[in-house]
Design a protein around this ligand. Structure first.
Ligand SMILES: Cc1cc2nc3c(=O)[nH]c(=O)nc-3n(C[C@H](O)[C@H](O)[C@H](O)COP(=O)(O)O)c2cc1C
Length: 194
């Protein structure tokens, strides 16, 4: 195994946090905006901590920092929407990460107590199932009441090491014996096809 090993139990907290953040940043993933509030006064946050939890019942979770305005609005209203972003929605991602890029509330739809974004890759309308405190974040678990899937398959927005990307081409599993491909894409100890 190569790379630096940092013992996070003994090293300076700031060193451990920065190495941990940089290392987790290597996990590329999709981006979602969590929305609550009203169409006139939406409250929202950009997240990449979204995880599907359960199919029966339908449950998902995301993590929100303590003192999050969005988490406070969700705790009050007990509802939120999860909006999976397309590559055309970088502005919304920047806006809801607190950086105040333009966002037009005309891009929102509303029904009953829910608001959500138009023209995204997919939406889940949720009700709070449970909130767990975990360190300096809350784990917010939502029960999915409605799923709104677009008719087309739009290109998703990807976040990796602090930058936005479009999805590249799909990778094929390398053939056995293709040592060049194996070196490029398969970790040590990987035995081949699952
Ligand atoms: C791509 C991306 C992903 C993020 N993921 C999270 C996350 O999962 N949880 C979190 O608390 N903040 C996350 N943030 C930061 C929040 O979006 C940001 O702090 C936002 O202002 C929080 O709003 P709030 O004060 O309403 O919670 C992320 C930011 C970006 C750009």
């Amino acid at each position: 195994m190569s790379g630096t090993i940092v013992d996070c139990t003994t090293s300076k907290t700031s060193d451990a946090v920065s190495l941990y953040r940089r290392t987790m940043g290597r996990l590329a993933g999709g981006v979602a905006v969590i929305l609550s509030g009203t169409r006139e006064a939406p409250v929202g946050m950009t997240v990449n901590s979204l995880v599907s939890v359960s199919l029966n019942p339908l449950l998902l979770l995301f993590c929100a920092r303590l003192h999050s305005a969005t988490a406070a609005a969700i705790a009050r209203s007990e509802v939120f929407s999860v909006n999976i972003l397309t590559e055309g929605q970088i502005r919304a991602s920047v806006h809801f990460s607190g950086k105040h890029a333009d966002f037009d509330t005309a891009d929102l739809q509303a029904r009953d107590e829910h608001i959500w974004m138009k023209d995204n890759a997919g939406t889940m309308l949720c009700r709070v199932e449970r909130i767990h405190r975990a360190g300096d974040h809350d784990i917010i678990i939502g029960r999915v009441d409605d799923v709104i899937a677009g008719s087309e398959l739009p290109a998703p927005l990807i976040y990796h090491e602090g930058q936005y990307y479009s999805l590249g081409s799909a990778c094929a599993l390398p053939e056995r014996g293709d040592s060049r491909a194996l070196r490029l894409s398969v970790p040590d100890g990987y035995e081949g096809r699952p």
